[in-house]
Design a protein around this ligand. Structure first.
Ligand code: ZN
Length: 337
């Protein structure tokens, strides 16, 4: 049985935006750069995924000084967001039907790759929410309130390991307004990177399914980026979803950025999340092109090996249909009404 896979998070757009003018053509032709390109995705059975627009990236050198995690400038973020949205629209046009921007549930099925346009961090959206309207018109269908930094809407969690996701305040008044607006416009609200208080505020607002697109179980890896047992249960109770993240630092008990991390760690997080949230609430959220992958996976080409590992820990055919794509299709359909 071959499975079509929907993956809840990749950072291919920000990689391509930084990689120079030839990079988008390389993505279409399959130049082997990064974790993901169109030919490798097709060969691995990747049928769809959320493509993140991640903005206001200071130089990598600022990662260690902490500047990388400081609040970003909204004007710079909007300019960057428009460039990445345009990049995806140009990829769609140049792909000859091999990539389409999914704007409705019907667009998730069909030949080629269905790309869901996701905004990772709402910095480009000002208090009047004008940019939200325009980005939705351009095809954006999923929004994470924050990356791992504060903004006008909410506060993201830092990465310092080990740590609790319960750091910092909940949603601002503007954040509540943004969540309600997303519910009204049919945009999925993503709680990955959001701190615990913000998570519970989003849960309480109940504007759509409670979805963490790329996070893992805190009980197995105590990173602030991972979800506590209570959070996983809440996701299951609210017909939501957690997309299991492949980043080694969010998988391992020691939080180390160590590529010699077995694929079994991904399967263990999926099994643990299934225990707490239920099989209808667990899916994939790789973080391709935005994180450090286990060497045994490598890149998107490693997905069939991961499916074998999921079978090995006891996921059967019906479970795997849900985990690989049906759960994502369900929550996206619910959010998009
Ligand atoms: Zn992320």
């Amino acid at each position: 049985m071959s499975l079509l896979i929907f993956d809840g998070h990749n950072d291919a757009l920000s990689r391509l935006a930084r990689a120079g003018a030839a990079a988008p053509a390389g993505f279409l032709a399959g130049d082997g750069s990064g974790h993901l390109d169109l030919p490798r995705a097709a060969a691995a059975g990747l049928a769809g995924g959320c493509f993140a627009v991640f903005t206001c990236q200071p130089p990598d050198e600022s990662y260690d000084t902490g500047d990388y995690f400081a609040a970003a400038d909204p004007r710079a973020a909007l300019a960057e967001a428009l460039a990445q949205v345009a990049l995806l629209l140009r990829l769609e046009r140049a792909s000859g039907g091999r990539l389409r921007v999914a704007r409705s549930a019907a667009d998730l099925d069909g030949p080629g790759l269905a790309a869901v346009l996701h905004l990772e961090g709402a910095e480009p959206i000002g208090p009047g929410l004008d940019a939200l309207e325009v980005l939705v018109a351009a095809g954006m269908r999923s929004l994470g309130l924050v990356w791992s930094r504060p903004n006008a809407f909410a506060t993201g969690v830092p990465f310092a390991f080990p740590g609790s996701p319960d750091q910092g305040p909940g949603l601002t008044a503007a954040g509540r307004e943004l969540v309600q607006a997303c519910g009204a416009l049919g945009v999925l609200v993503d709680v990955s990177h959001l701190n615990a208080r913000g998570f519970w505020d989003v849960a309480e607002l109940g504007a759509g399914p409670l979805v963490a697109s790329h996070s893992n179980a805190h009980a197995l890896c105590p990173s602030p980026r991972n979800l506590t047992d209570d959070q996983l249960r809440a996701i299951g109770e609210r017909d939501g979803l957690v997309g299991i993240n492949f980043h080694v630092g969010f998988l391992r008990a020691d939080g180390a950025d160590e590529t010699a991390t077995p694929l079994a760690r991904i399967a263990e997080h999926a099994a643990y999340a299934t225990e707490l949230a239920g099989i209808d609430a667990v899916a994939l959220g790789s973080d391709f092109d935005g994180a450090i992958m286990p060497a045994a996976l490598g890149d998107v080409a490693g997905l069939p090996a991961l499916i074998r590992e999921l079978r090995a820990v006891g996921f059967g055919d019906g479970d795997l249909v849900k985990l690989t794509h049906a759960n994502w299709h369900r929550v996206l359909g619910a959010a998009w009404h």
